[in-house]
Ligand binder design. Structure first.
Ligand code: NDP
Length: 311
């Protein structure tokens, strides 16, 4: 009997996902866009990014929800989530794209690019002697599927690289800290802090005024995870006071970032519209298909999200 995989995403076009998935799924799984599902009762799998409220009610026979991305905060917080396994993408290519963006952000601050950009607007040859990477401390908060490769990439460039997570782990070239108590000492010595924490009840506004006050004066801040992990008013205040010398920000409390946000005009701040990494159909399709096959065969799925932890 044919089972249906329903697809829903605002930013991701349907056709590349259908074309990437079809060869891995075979003819017994039909792939349909959510607005053209012919038989809602045949839908057993959902591949979704931020579906609208009530979306899941249409499909009474769902057996698996696949988050079309890494961050699951918006999915696991929903009240209408069916009681079936939720999986996320765990794609090395997505990790590589994120690691590249994070490395760019770290180098932007380490090599004082905002200073040179400002000097250029004044037609000024404003030499600053570069610092050696080994003399620059970078703290990566969150060492998950995306955080770990990013930290490893930073370490590969020779930076004094530290990471912070809830559990200890070995990462080549990275000094890993794993207790709440370790964060103040780590953030006090970091020249550049990179936020890669998932948004959970435990991390919402975790990076607040006291966190920014505790940073090394003149440190730089990078956020590529979720805007709500940061108290954005405290971030703005830290940039205004000079406690932070600059920031590279890909995510915000409200997206799109409102046009009247003070962040737009701040010296040393780079704003990008939530694109540090994206789900890639060709590389993610095999793992999505493998999980669908697992459900069809009655086996356990991979990359399952913990609703309790929230990531
Ligand atoms: P994971 O869920 O794989 O890992 C989360 C990491 O954070 C783990 O190392 C975990 O620790 C740690 N962590 C969780 N809670 C805490 C806490 N309270 N204190 C300390 N450490 C904590 O996340 P990913 O690496 O895959 O992704 C990170 C975030 O990046 C995503 O949640 C998503 O929001 C965001 N993202 C952003 C994109 C963009 O384009 N800007 C694209 C894709 C994702 P432990 O290892 O001990 O479990």
């Amino acid at each position: 009997m044919t089972a249906t995989l329903v697809f829903h995403s605002g930013p991701d076009p349907f056709e590349p996902w259908r074309d990437a998935l079809a060869p891995h799924l075979g003819e017994d799984v039909l792939i349909e866009k959510s607005d053209s599902v012919t038989d809602p009762e045949a839908v057993r799998f959902a591949l979704v990014w931020m579906p609208p409220e009530g979306f899941f009610d249409r499909f009474p026979n769902l057996e698996l929800v696949i988050n079309l991305g890494a961050g699951v905060d918006r999915l696991v917080a929903r009240k209408d989530l069916p009681d079936v396994p939720i999986t996320r993408l765990s794609d090395p290519e997505m990790g590589r794209m994120m690691a590249g963006f994070v490395l760019f952000s770290v180098l932007r601050h380490a090599r004082e690019i905002p200073h040179f950009q400002a000097a250029q607007t004044r037609r000024e040859w404003s030499y600053r002697h570069p610092r050696a990477a080994q003399d620059i401390t970078v703290a990566v908060l969150g060492l998950g599927e995306l955080g770990a490769p990013a930290a490893t990439e930073i370490a590969r460039q020779g930076f004094d690289t530290h990471g912070w997570a809830t559990r200890p782990r070995d990462l080549p070239g990275v000094t890993v800290h794993h207790t709440e108590a370790a964060l103040p000492a780590l953030s006090a010595k970091a020249d550049i802090v990179v936020c890669m924490l998932p948004l959970t009840p435990g991390t919402r506004k975790r990076l607040d005024a006291s966190f920014f006050d505790g940073l090394k004066p003149g440190a730089a801040f990078v956020n590529v995870s979720r805007g709500e992990v940061v108290d954005q008013e405290a971030l703005v205040a830290a940039l205004q006071s000079g406690q932070l010398s600059g920031a590279t920000l890909d995510v915000f409390e409200t997206e799109p970032l409102p046009t009247d946000s003070p962040l737009w005009d701040m010296p040393g701040v780079l704003i990008t519209p939530h694109l540090a990494s994206v789900a890639l159909p060709k590389s993610a399709a095999p793992q999505i298909a493998a999980n669908i096959r697992a459900v069809l065969a009655g086996r356990a799925v991979s990359n399952e999200v913990s609703r309790v932890r929230g990531y």
